[in-house]
Design a protein around this ligand. Sequence first.
Ligand code: ATP
Ligand code: MG
Length: 400
Amino acid sequence: MHPESLHVLLVEDSPTDAQLFQHVFLRAATGKWSLVHAERLSEAVDYCQTQSFDVALLDLRLPDSDGLETVTQFNQAAPDIPIIILTATDDEELALQAMAQGAQDYLVKDQVTTQLLRRSVRYAVERSQIIQQLRSSEKKTLEALDKERELNQLKSYFVSMVSHEFRNPLSTLRVMSDILLRFEGRLTPEKKQEYLRQVDTAISHMCQLLDEVILLGRADTGKLELDLTEVDLQAFCNELISALQFSDEQQHILQLVSDTPLERVKLDAGLLRHILTNLLSNALKYSPPASVVKLTVAYQEMQVIFNVSDRGIGIPKADQSRLFETFSRCSNVGKVPGTGLGLAIVKRCVDLHHGTIEVESDAGKGTEVTVVLPVGTLLQRLLDQKFVEARNQVGFPNRD
Ligand code: ATP
Ligand code: MG
């Protein structure tokens, strides 16, 4: 391979040697080769700040640096530029040491020919490219290992949490089925109904927990994807509010507020359901019976703004920075049950939808959570942009 276009930095303080090299360089040039000459190391380092060089031809004995120190300092200032050492005949030992320090090759000044220079430049550039590729794949491997380690930690956390959380509903199931089996004939129909209801609640709890764990696992392994459909927001919110009102045993006043009737918008209905169900369930769970829980929805320039507010126990300031971490629960929850997964799921859903989430809360006064989701063409534009960025990152040619 003869590099077609090559920008070379020559660092040489002796005018005679520099002239000689320029001469050989001009004859060695096979394509658009260009040369910049520096007489001191500091001058060379300055050039590297403003220009990008493919290779540096470096004399080790310079007015402002001597010996191996020259390689070390140049390497520090410009770690990606391959170095070819220029040496006098009696300096070969030093040149070999310089190579051990990271220089790619060396040339003895009074023996250099056009062919030697061409070959040396070619090897230096190629080797440096290979080293850079190796470094970048090593970095990627380490990142993947880190991710893997994180996922493994999360998995073992899940396993211990799930086994812990499953113990209660499972023992309820065992006790209830035991009673039903052993005393079936002696139980009144009302008692049987009551036990069967407890069985049903325990099963629902386990199913919900499993669904949450599966969802988080899919989000964390990148398997959760956006599925955009036209959604009638008014019907969607009405239905959600009715379902929650129906299952709320504490007579909260659940309100849906919007200035204008809600429109049809293109978004991911599944993600929106996870977001709103978790936020509204929290508002209900952490606020006193019969208090007001409000879902306000507004539409603004291709974005929908959802605000869920309650007048409940609030979130202590000290706990607010960890709200979206898995299994994080605040210090004031008391006996209110929960696993600390809901908001972690909400955050992942909001991120996947290119939205934002903000929490404003005062302990003892109440909480307001605002989620802004881009919809329709704005969302499509953001997704296209992300696609182009991802494509550029893996190095596909840009055909736009
Ligand atoms: P689950 O996984 O069942 O949702 P959870 O409700 O405990 O359990 P998150 O929804 O993730 O978990 O909420 C995390 C914590 O944030 C809660 O445990 C609670 O301390 C606090 N929190 C969330 N929403 C509210 C709210 N509206 N009012 C007061 N505290 C809240
Ligand atoms: Mg919750």
